[in-house]
Design a binder for this molecule. Structure first.
Ligand code: AMP
Ligand code: FE
Ligand code: FE
Ligand code: ZN
Length: 285
C-alpha cells in the first residue's frame, strides 16, 4: 500500500487539474491519495469523478492557520484536515474568509513588488490562477515569466520570503480555532510540515502541546522539507503525545520539483486516521 496524504491541484496552487492529479497518483503507483488544496474543498467532486479504478481518494484540505506567541509576530501553521463535512457552516465560513484574505493580501503584496519596479500585475496573476485559490506560487510564476528570477524556488528564497521587505502577511486562522472547527466538522486535524524551517519561523514543542489540548490528532512527519533529525524529533513527539504520524509529498505539480508519492504514510496510521474521521467518507472501490 502506497499512501500520499498531501497534494495540491490547480484548484489552489498546484498545476495539475484534479483529474490530472488523480491520474498522476495512479501512474505513480499510489493506492491512496488525499487532495488537500489550500482553504477549499472545491476540487473533491472533480477528483472523485475522474478517479481511476482502484485508487482511493481521501477528501482533505490544508487550512491556513497561525500560532500567536506572546512577544513575537505570528508564526504560520498549516493544518491538514481530512474527512470533514464540507457543509459544516463554521468551517465553510472560515475558509471563505481565508480565500478573501488571500485576495487582499495578494493584491497588496504584488503592489509592493510593482512599486519596487518588478514587472508584475495583480490582474494578470488572478487571471492566470483560473479561479483557483491564489497564493505566493502564482506570484512566483509571474516573477519567473517576467525574467525577474530563474525559478519558483528562487522567488520563495528571496522576494517572496517572509523576511522580504515586500512581504505581506495574511490574517490566518488561530490554529486552536482551526483545530476546533475541523473537529466540529467531524474531520481529522494534522499539523503539516511542522518543522520546515526553510519556509520561515517554526513553532516549539510547547505550541504543539497546546494544539493537542485543542484537539490535534496527528503530525505530518515524513515531508520533503524535513531533515532526518526533524523527522525523528516529530516522530518522538507523536509517540509521546499519542498522535497519528503521516507522510506525504506536498505535491504541487510543476510549481515544485517534488514528485507525487515522494513521502508516504504507513497503512496502519492511515487506518487509524480513517477511523477518526466522521464528517465525510473516502471515495474508494
Ligand atoms: P501562501 O499560502 O500564499 O503564503 O504561499 C505558501 C505556499 O507556497 C505553500 O502552499 C507552499 O507549499 C508553497 N511554497 C513554499 N515554498 C515553496 C517553494 N520553494 N516552491 C514552490 N512553492 C512553495
Ligand atoms: Fe501550496
Ligand atoms: Fe503547507
Ligand atoms: Zn501543502
Amino acid at each position: 500500500m502506497r499512501i500520499d496524504l498531501h497534494t495540491h491541484s490547480s484548484v489552489s496552487d498546484g498545476t495539475d487539474t484534479p483529474a490530472e492529479l488523480v491520474a498522476a497518483a495512479a501512474a505513480a503507483g499510489l493506492d491512496v491519495v488525499a487532495l488537500t488544496d489550500h482553504d477549499t474543498s472545491d476540487g473533491w467532486v472533480a477528483a472523485a469523478a475522474e478517479r481511476p479504478p482502484g485508487l482511493t481518494l481521501v477528501p482533505g484540505m490544508e487550512l491556513s492557520c497561525r500560532w500567536i506567541p506572546p512577544d513575537t509576530p505570528p508564526i504560520s501553521v498549516h493544518l491538514l484536515a481530512y474527512l470533514f463535512d464540507p457543509d459544516h457552516p463554521g468551517l465553510l465560513a472560515e475558509r471563505a474568509r481565508l480565500r478573501a484574505e488571500r485576495l487582499t493580501r495578494g493584491e497588496r503584496f504584488v503592489g509592493n513588488l510593482a512599486a519596487a519596479g518588478y514587472p508584475v500585475a495583480w490582474d494578470r496573476i488572478v487571471a492566470a490562477s483560473a479561479g483557483g485559490v491564489v497564493g505566493r506560487p502564482h506570484v512566483a510564476r509571474a516573477l519567473v515569466q517576467a525574467g525577474v528570477v530563474p525559478s519558483v524556488d528562487e522567488a520563495f528564497a528571496t522576494l517572496l520570503h517572509p523576511r522580504s521587505p515586500h512581504y505581506v502577511s495574511k490574517a490566518d486562522t488561530d490554529v486552536r480555532e482551526g483545530i476546533a472547527l475541523v473537529r466540529a466538522a467531524g474531520g481529522v486535524p494534522v499539523f503539516a510540515h511542522g518543522l520546515a524551517r526553510k519556509r520561515g519561523r517554526v513553532v516549539g514543542d510547547d505550541a504543539i502541546g497546546v494544539m493537542v489540548e485543542a484537539g490535534l490528532l496527528g503530525l505530518e512527519v515524513d515531508h520533503p522539507d524535513h531533515t532526518d533529525a526533524e523527522r525523528e524529533h516529530l516522530r518522538g513527539l507523536a509517540a509521546e503525545l499519542g498522535l497519528l504520524v503521516t507522510g506525504s509529498s506536498d505535491y504541487h505539480g510543476s510549481n515544485k520539483t517534488t514528485p507525487i508519492g515522494a513521502c508516504t504514510t504507513d497503512p496502519g496510521q492511515f487506518e487509524a486516521l480513517l477511523a477518526a474521521g466522521t464528517g465525510s467518507a473516502p471515495y474508494r472501490g
